[in-house]
Design a protein. Structure first.
Length: 165
């Protein structure tokens, strides 16, 4: 694609000023390329991890970037660190979580990065924001659309908090 590759990034936060952190992350992502879509902001129940976590705020963006997938992932981790994320326990509460869901038509399975994201099509908190951006977006392995996957997994525990943020 001229100007870069289309990437879909999921955003989540459930510690501190989650709305402010997500706005800052959105602005940081815009510096990595061109944001061509921003989903609504969703309030979601935590999935997995330690009990007693607060609800998450989740969103997704579509980004056209000249960065390669591994460089984009490194940039996402840098944005997380700037927001105060320290990786200790899987699925723990966090001030910011950025997941690379899709990067063009790339399929990867390395220790650092799996594309498409291995659990995205099973999680309503990822699928609902992606459906705002492109309900016809398809999983590169199964061919299932975001809309179909969201209908299959349901929207339980996922509510629209703000259509624009």
């Amino acid at each position: 694609m001229a100007g870069g590759e289309v990437a879909f990034v999921a955003l989540g936060a459930n510690l501190g000023d989650a709305p402010g952190t997500l706005r800052g992350a959105r602005d940081s992502l815009a510096r990595l390329g061109t944001l061509t879509g921003v989903s609504g902001l969703y309030r979601t129940a935590p999935v997995g991890g330690p009990p007693g976590q607060p609800d998450y705020l989740n969103a997704a963006v579509r980004l056209v970037t000249a960065l390669e997938a591994d460089a984009l992932l490194a940039a996402l981790h840098g944005i997380e660190r700037e927001a105060g994320r320290i990786r200790r326990e899987r699925w723990e509460a966090r001030p910011l979580d950025l997941d690379l869901i899709l990067y063009g038509r790339e399929v990867l399975d390395t220790p650092e990065l799996t594309l498409p994201h291995p659990r995205a099509w099973e999680r309503a908190f990822v699928l609902a924001p992606l459906a705002d951006l492109d309900p016809a977006l398809t999983h590169l392995g199964s061919g299932e659309t975001v809309a179909s996957a969201l209908a299959r997994v349901g929207r339980e525990g996922v509510t629209l908090a703000a259509p624009e943020w």
